[in-house]
Design a protein around this ligand. Structure first.
Ligand SMILES: [Mg+2]
Length: 467
């Protein structure tokens, strides 16, 4: 039985701030970065994991990953995999490290990288992509793989079992369907705040031609400017002349699009403020954007302000605008309260702000119980590679629905991964199918050598080049 022997981390940073990629009202110069870990065993078996940051501080996460991974040295992998819920409890319960959390901030996202690396290793050992490993679990195995600590007032293990058992007999049909059609996606990369109108128009037209019908725009720096950019995007996505000729026509009144303020071509616009406002400011600002008919406002205020989100949602309901959040919700208890307080229309889990797959599974179960759809956060670097697995798990064995869901897609930096995610001609994610790709997060060795901070060839070259 393989045993964990060592690990290494890499601080990998990509110079995305040079092109304005990832810019929004809060994050104005992002260098998309990966705090990357590889866990080795005394056999050929390895596990890769990472968490995402936007530049400075990535080294702090790498240092923390080392502290967390250290506790796995000498462990038999089959013992860890037999009960991933208990393994997760062990990782988060270091009696000294937990003081610098618990379950929030750097320590938690570092734990996410480590937990994800273990899941990657587990999937590689069973020779299945991660999503397939988990959807083939029995309901009992699924429940054993997650954590219920602090959330049993919202969902018990028994309720989770019942929910999973109800979906068990139809899993095969859903798996076949999503393999054939792909998983619905939406585009964010047309609407970054730092892009010119010409670039927004060009990228929006390209996205329509690729088959997308959900588009997200960043807002929050200037209301008049947002209104102008929103009208520009609406003028393109609502105009049938730009539609992909071969794409099926969409009915804006269909159940898939109901409540999403879809335009005449069935296109949907979402807006994202990345936490810039106080609660009343959020309400006033978004009311002023009613004309561009967004489906939801994402992250209108501080990510920890559960009752604030509930207040924004209540105030915007008469305008037909919903609320989405979650990419900065730092643990399952925040999601529990967002659901209990009826604060969100859309639950946006993040694959590595939550402490890895184990904690994500608990949020998928709660969202299904509360009847809130899950549309994971992605983009950055590596997040799209991760989240397609999570949405497949949600669809095939937890919620059973995908047609109202959309998974974020941003076309940046996929070329650095050994098994990059991909989109089909209808603007949907393809299903990862290589039995050896694990959680699809293995980064190419050349990319690490080039972009490792501060001594990779790219960064060393910039330091040594003409100023
Ligand atoms: Mg966002």
């Amino acid at each position: 039985m393989p045993k964990i022997t060592r690990y290494e981390t890499h601080d990998v940073r990509f110079p995305t701030s040079l092109t304005g990629d990832g810019t929004d009202a809060m994050n104005t110069d992002c260098d998309y970065s990966s705090a990357y870990v590889t866990i080795y065993t005394d056999s050929d078996l390895v596990g890769h994991g990472m968490t995402f940051t936007i530049g400075r501080g990535n080294d702090i996460v790498c240092a923390t990953i080392k502290e967390v991974t250290y506790r796995l040295i000498g462990k038999e992998v089959e013992d860890l995999f037999a009960d991933m819920g208990t393994t997760w409890d062990y990782l988060t319960a270091d009696p000294q490290l937990r003081w610098i959390g618990p379950e929030k901030g750097v320590i938690h996202i570092a734990t996410g990288a480590v937990n994800n690396a273990l899941w990657d290793m587990f999937a590689r050992l069973r020779r299945k992509p991660l999503w397939k490993l988990i959807v083939d679990f029995t309901p009992e195995e699924f429940v054993r793989a997650t954590t219920f600590r602090y959330i049993s007032d919202a969902i018990t293990k028994e309720e989770a079992l019942e929910l999973l058992k109800a979906k068990e007999s139809s899993k095969k049909e859903r798996e076949a369907k999503v393999r054939e059609f792909g998983y619905p996606a939406y585009v964010t990369s047309a609407g970054w705040l730092g892009y010119s109108d010409d670039k927004i128009a060009r990228l929006t037209k390209e996205a329509i031609a690729q088959g997308f019908n959900h588009f997200k725009m960043k807002v929050g720096a200037d209301q008049a400017d947002d209104l102008r950019r929103g009208k520009l995007i609406r003028s393109i996505i609502d105009d049938p002349q730009y539609l992909c000729k071969d794409a099926p026509r969409r009915d804006p009144t269909s159940s898939d699009l109901k409540g999403k303020n879809a335009g005449p071509t069935g296109s949907v616009l979402m807006i994202d403020a990345n936490q810039v406002w106080d609660v009343q400011q959020a309400v006033d600002y978004v009311k002023g954007l009613e004309e561009i008919k967004p489906w939801f406002i994402e992250e209108p205020t501080a990510p920890d302000d559960i009752l604030g989100h509930a207040a924004v949602r209540k105030a915007l309901k008469p305008y037909g605008i919903g609320v989405a959040t979650g990419e900065h919700a730092h643990n399952r208890m925040v999601f529990k309260q967002l659901l209990q307080a009826e604060a969100i229309d859309v639950c946006q889990i993040d694959s590595c702000r939550l402490a890895g797959v184990t904690e994500v599974l608990s949020v998928l179960l709660m969202a299904a119980k509360f009847g809130v759809i899950v549309c994971p956060h992605a983009g950055g670097v590596g997040l799209c590679e991760y989240v397609i697995h999570l949405s497949l798990i949600d669809y095939i064995c937890v919620s059973g629905n995908m047609e109202r869901n959309v998974l974020e897609y941003v076309d940046h930096l996929h070329e650095h991964f050994v098994a990059p995610c991909s989109i089909n001609s209808n603007g949907r994610y393809n299903v990862p199918s290589n039995p050896d790709e694990g959680y699809s997060i293995e980064m190419k060795k050349d990319s690490i050598a080039e972009y490792e901070w501060p001594n990779g060839s790219y960064w060393a070259g910039r330091r040594n080049g003409p100023q």
